[in-house]
Design a protein. Structure first.
Length: 317
């Protein structure tokens, strides 16, 4: 049995068992683990045998073109969709067997805003506080704190439909934080934001990560993911192409780094190095052995964009 919203088919899950935890010692360092996870819609295999591990405490970027399977993967993480095959464990619990346990530990911000236009901002957050069973006596302090965190305090009594897109995105993030989850899953949270709003969102996510929250985020703005992600996974056509810290992936694939060096006499030269050791040796050679006056030494590798293009254009099979 299914029910349909504007963008996502939500599958009705089985009754949750009475025991409330599956966490084992082996999972203590893992926020999400997918094992041969697949989701099929008729003839379309949206997610195809995905093996993925998200470390706790990380800011984890899930990257891929439209149709890669990112949103479907997020929907299975958040218990909105049942896998066709394979398994996923989120904060020690299986979403298909214990959806309420997962939802208590996870905050999910889908790619659609999901805000209610006919409510005030504070009423919107209070509605979700009530949905999570938070006592009414705690609502005022909770809403105050969340609005301060996302810089919407001055909009407390504004109608949701009066907010700009960037403000609605921040309100949606506040909603995902109402129950103080350990894990945040954010599907394209920067979509449609202006540059200033994107910078503010990025800094807010770094703050939340510093508070101990694991963050999984998808985005088409690779340069911004590169600035904050500790780990990434690249998907295409439902398959995982690579996962891990971006620099380690690039080095495994044999990708060279380009270093631009500017000298005191105004000259500028580009050098290619394979890893940290070669980069350090280059600087030492230029300064110590050759006695050249280096005034700027900057890595110019393509980073995530280079990595993404290399993998998705078929350079690496």
């Amino acid at each position: 049995m299914t029910s349909t919203t504007d963008t996502t088919t939500i599958e009705i899950l089985p009754t949750e068992p009475t025991d409330t935890t599956e966490t084992t010692a082996a999972d203590a360092s893992v926020a999400v683990r997918a094992t041969q996870l697949s989701k099929r819609y008729g003839n379309l295999l949206a997610v195809n045998g995905l093996d993925l591990t998200v470390p706790r405490g990380s800011i984890f970027g899930l990257i891929g073109p439209n149709g890669a399977g990112k949103s479907t993967t997020f929907a299975m993480m958040s218990s909105l969709l049942l896998p066709t095959s394979g398994r996923i464990v989120v904060m020690g619990a299986d979403p298909s067997r214990k959806p309420r346990t997962v939802r208590r530990r996870m905050g999910y911000m889908p790619d659609n805003l999901g805000v209610y236009d006919n409510l005030r901002v504070d009423e919107y957050l209070e509605f979700f506080a009530a949905s999570y069973g938070i006592a009414r006596t705690e609502w005022t302090d909770l809403v105050d704190g969340l609005l301060e965190l996302v810089d919407l305090s001055v909009k407390r009594t504004a109608m949701v439909n009066s907010l700009s897109r960037g403000m609605k995105q921040r309100l949606s993030l506040a909603r995902a934080l109402v129950h103080d989850p350990e894990l945040l899953v954010l599907d394209e949270p920067a979509s449609g934001l202006d540059p200033r709003a994107r910078v503010e969102l990025r800094e807010l996510l770094k703050t939340l990560n510093g508070m101990g929250k694991t963050i999984i985020i998808s985005s088409h703005i690779l340069s911004e993911l590169e600035e904050m992600c500790t780990d990434v996974a690249i998907m295409e056509a439902g398959k995982l192409l690579a996962a891990g810290p971006p620099r380690q992936i690039l080095e495994r694939l044999g990708g060279a780094r380009n270093v631009r060096v500017r000298f005191a006499n105004g000259a500028s030269e580009a050098f290619s190095v394979a890893d940290d050791a070669e980069q350090s040796a280059l600087l030492r050679r230029l300064v110590v052995e050759e006695g050249r006056d280096v005034v700027e030494f900057v890595e110019e590798s393509g980073g995530l964009e280079q990595l993404f293009m290399s993998l998705t254009e078929g350079i690496v099979q």
